[in-house]
Design a binder for this molecule. Structure first.
Ligand SMILES: [Zn+2]
Length: 122
C-alpha cells in the first residue's frame, strides 16, 4: 500500500505516476503538479517561506479585531469584501470598505500588521 503524495491517503491498486510522484487519482495528480514545480526551488527557500507563513491561531484573532474595527464603522459593509458582484449603487460603499480595511490594517502594530498582510495575501 502506498501513500498519495498530494492528499496523503493510502492507495491500493491503480494510481497515477507523474515524475517521481505517485497519486491516488487524476485529481490529485492535477493538483499535485505544484510538487514538481517546487522541486526547482531549494528546500531551504521553501522551508523559510513556510516558517514565515502565519498559523491560523495567529491570524484569526487579528482578523477578528480587524472585522470588529470595520463593523464599528456604519459606513462600511464587510460583506462586500467577499462579494463576487457589486451593484453600481454599492460601489461607493465597496470602495470605502476596502479603503477602511487597508487603513485599519496599517493601524495595527508592525508585528501584527506583518502577520495580517501575509495572511491576506496567501
Ligand atoms: Zn490523493
Amino acid at each position: 500500500m502506498a501513500i498519495c503524495d498530494f492528499c496523503g491517503e493510502s492507495q491500493r491498486g491503480g494510481h497515477v505516476r507523474v515524475g517521481r510522484y505517485r497519486f491516488c487519482r487524476q485529481t490529485c495528480a492535477d493538483q499535485g503538479r505544484i510538487l514538481q514545480a517546487l522541486d526547482a526551488f531549494p528546500s531551504s527557500a521553501i522551508n523559510s517561506y513556510v516558517e514565515k507563513t502565519p498559523a491560523d491561531q495567529q491570524v484569526n484573532p487579528l482578523l477578528a479585531r480587524l472585522a470588529s474595527k470595520l463593523k464599528s464603522d456604519s459606513r462600511v459593509d464587510v460583506s462586500l469584501l467577499n462579494s463576487d458582484e457589486v451593484k453600481p449603487e454599492r460601489y461607493s460603499t465597496y470602495c470605502l470598505t476596502w479603503i477602511s480595511m487597508w487603513t485599519a490594517v496599517l493601524d495595527f502594530p508592525r508585528k501584527d500588521r506583518e502577520i495580517l498582510l501575509r495572511a491576506l495575501y496567501r
